[in-house]
Design a protein around this ligand. Structure first.
Ligand code: XLS
Ligand code: NI
Ligand code: NI
Length: 436
């Protein structure tokens, strides 16, 4: 039985269309800067919000109407959900999906039973992938929901929790490999602290690094060649998460000799929680060669939580796409909608509206970014701003030919210097608006 019987394949109808079940901007075969839109974005649907989200919040129970889901924890129900998920992703036309191990299959009474459940569901995921051509963007292990991880997983004070998390990631890596996953994500879950009085930070961080090295070693052993990613987030559920932002993650990776094996999966709402813009996080990671993938969503500045809303703001998507184009794209990463419909949007059809809106917002952002790049005025002004570094004393400093003595000699001869140009912020903002 179809889960979305009234919906047929979503198609591109162009900007004039008023059909809410059609794309107005996302046209998968359209070429932009020599690449199809499909290849630019590599859009991905998340299993956890879209197929496991109930709409529960701290004040009330779930609200989502999901006729294909009987609400039970059985393997049969999990398999039915896989069919509904692939029907949805196929009708939407997204080429990828992403999951946590526990989203797709229920935990059993023992680790062995849990692993058997996962194997059973993974077989159906594989069949559906083959039937539809939809691929796995990334897999990850849920190391935060079960009470065994109350103090964290690899950073737990309890060594058994580390051991259990290792067994879980081992299995999840095997499944991700089996399903051809192109990346594997570590999001910190409960890796952080609620207070420092009971926390040995040095030990916890060393344990987390040990854990990541073990994952890298095991991937090598089994021949998993996907890209490892860390997803920064500053808080929630702990008050301080160790992977707090792109800069903290990159420092961590360098300090523990992991930089060769990891890139970052950057999420918009996590950037906001860290007090940064998404563009800042993208630029910081990319300039260090660590831009891996993005979790596309947005937060609500008035709420201040990880509200994981779908992205709709064209300024945001333009900023993302400008940076992504500048650094040559995301592959093997993608644009993964780590976003959920609001509790009040409880009908199945809202899942379509949400994703179509997000894909269109990114498609529009791509076209705007490409137009800004083709026009060239912004990049020309940026280049101009740094022109003093291209010749003369600037070039000497950049090339390492200058030292403090030669610079003093230069200044003694030159006399007082002047601020050489305006920052032009208002003009630049105004130029961007010409395209949006
Ligand atoms: C939670 C994270 C999570 C990761 C995957 O805030 O965004 O959903 O993307 O574990
Ligand atoms: Ni995320
Ligand atoms: Ni999040």
């Amino acid at each position: 039985m179809a889960a979305f019987p009234e919906i047929s394949k979503i198609s591109y109808e162009g900007p004039e269309s008023k059909n809410p079940l059609a794309f107005r901007w996302y046209n998968e075969d359209e070429m932009v800067e020599g690449k199809t839109m499909k290849d630019h974005f590599r859009f991905s649907v998340v299993y956890w919000h879209t197929f496991r989200g109930t709409g529960a919040d701290p004040f009330g129970m779930g609200t989502m109407v999901r006729p294909w889901d009987d609400g039970s924890d059985s393997v049969e129900n999990a398999i039915g959900r896989v069919r509904a998920a692939f029907e949805f992703i196929e009708k939407l036309g997204a080429p990828y999906y992403a999951f946590h191990d526990r989203d797709v299959a229920p935990e059993g009474a023992t680790l062995a039973e849990t692993n058997r459940n996962l194997d059973a569901v993974a077989q159906v995921l594989k069949d559906e992938q083959e039937r539809t051509g939809i691929q796995l963007l990334w897999g990850t292990a849920n190391l935060f929901s079960n009470p065994r991880y109350v103090h964290g997983a690899s950073t737990s004070c309890n060594a058994d929790a580390f051991a259990f998390a290792s067994a879980q990631v081992k299995k999840c890596l095997e499944i991700t490999k089996e399903l051809g996953g192109q990346n594997y994500v570590f999001w910190g879950g409960r890796e952080g602290y609620q207070n420092l009085w009971n926390t040995d930070m040095r030990r916890e961080l060393e344990h987390m690094a040990r854990f990541m090295h073990l994952a890298v070693d095991y991937a090598k052993q089994i021949g998993f060649t996907g890209q490892f990613l860390i997803e920064p987030k500053p808080k929630e559920p702990t008050k301080h998460q160790y992977d707090s932002d792109a800069a903290a993650c990159i420092n961590y990776l360098r300090a523990y000799d992991l930089m060769d094996h990891f890139k970052l999966n950057l999420e918009t709402n996590h950037a906001t929680l860290a007090g940064h813009t998404m563009m800042h996080e993208l630029e910081y990671a990319a300039m260090q060669g660590a831009l891996g993938s993005i979790d596309a969503n947005r937060g609500d500045l008035l709420l201040g939580w990880d509200t994981d809303q779908f992205p709709t703001n064209h300024y945001l998507t333009t900023e993302c796409m400008l940076t992504i184009l500048k650094y040559g794209g995301l592959a093997p990463g993608g644009v993964n909608f780590d976003a959920k419909v609001r509790r009040e949007s409880f009908e199945p059809i809202d899942l379509f509206y949400a994703h179509i809106g997000g894909m269109d917002a990114f498609a529009r952002g791509l076209k705007i970014a490409a137009a800004i790049r083709a026009d060239g005025q912004l990049s020309e002004m940026l280049e101009q701003r740094y022109a003093s570094w291209d010749t003369g004393i600037g070039a000497e400093i950049e090339s390492g030919r200058a030292d403090f003595k030669s610079l003093e000699t230069y200044c003694l001869a030159k006399g007082e210097i002047m601020p050489n140009q305006s920052g032009r912020q208002e003009l630049l903002e105004h130029i961007v608006n010409r395209f949006i």
